[in-house]
Structure formats: C-alpha cells, structure tokens
Design a protein around this ligand. Structure first.
Ligand SMILES: [Cu+2]
Length: 160
C-alpha cells in the first residue's frame, strides 16, 4: 500500500510539473500573481454564505475568473453596486487584473462569495481558497491562498 501511495504522490508531482512545463517561460512569468491580506468574515450559526476579501496583483494583464474552496460547495465572484440607495451584489464572470495594479476585493466593492459553506467559519481559522487566473493569452493558472477568519464585526457591508 505504501508503495502505491508513494507512486500516487510521484504522479501527482509529475502532473504539477507537466502543467508548469507546458507553459513557455514568458507566459509563466506573465501569470505571476501575488495575493495579500486574504480574509473571510466569521459566520453566524446557520449562515450558508461568507464573503472573502483579498488584495491581488498580477505582473501582466490577467483576470480572476474563478474561485473554489474545500469548505464550500461553490464560490462566486461578486461585485457590489448601489441601486437607488440600496447596496446590491451580482455575480460577475471575472475581475480584470491590469498589470502591476493592486486590485482590492474589499467590503462594499468586490468579494469572493463562498456558497453553501460546510461548517461555520470561526475567528482565527483559515479558509483555503483556490483562485483561477486567466492570462491575456487565455492560459489558466491556479493560485492557492489561505484566508484568515476575522470576527463578524469586521467592517460590515451587506446582509445575505
Ligand atoms: Cu456576495
């Protein structure tokens, strides 16, 4: 059994390597993305959604096109907009990441919405998050981050 496991891990490692090798050095550099200050709001009992906020900067034109977390059934990218004095949010297909510009997903502007969270998010826990970045040439890469859970009282925006 142990041998099979070792083999599996070796193949998994190989899989990662293939992904990296299939991208030319220039394209790979074009997809270099840094994510900072990722955080999520703690959830109240029974709450099924949670907003995740972060700062993201790409060294070349790219876009954030998808998100996922093992703690939620799905994740959506949401934009906030004020309509007739009321804050509303809508799902967007992507967030543009112009080269070298820090794009902030912050309360009241943009967020990743975890939908169908499987367990309450408690203060100081970490939420693993996988972000899919699409380069200007259409190539996709994945960035893994951990969002720190902050108390419910952290900068309120909207009720879900
Ligand atoms: Cu939302």
């Amino acid at each position: 059994m142990k041998f099979i496991h070792d083999l599996m891990y070796r193949y998994m490692g190989l899989g990662v390597l293939i992904v990296l090798c299939s991208v030319s050095p220039t394209t790979f550099a074009a997809q270099s993305v840094i994510v900072k200050n990722a955080w999520a709001r703690a959830t109240a009992p029974g709450q099924a959604t949670a907003g995740v906020y972060l700062e993201i900067v790409s060294n070349a034109d790219a876009a954030l096109v998808a998100a996922a977390s093992p703690l939620a059934k799905s994740a959506e990218i949401h934009a906030m907009r004020t309509e007739g004095g009321v804050m509303k949010m809508r799902a967007v297909s992507k967030i543009e990441l112009p080269a070298h510009k820090t794009v902030k997903l912050a309360p009241g502007v943009l967020h990743v919405m975890l939908v169908g969270i499987k367990q309450p998010l408690r203060e100081k826990e970490k939420v693993p998050l996988e972000l899919t970045i699409e380069g200007s040439g259409g190539s996709k890469s994945t960035v893994r981050v951990e969002a720190e859970v902050r108390p419910l009282t952290a900068t309120r925006e909207h009720a879900h």
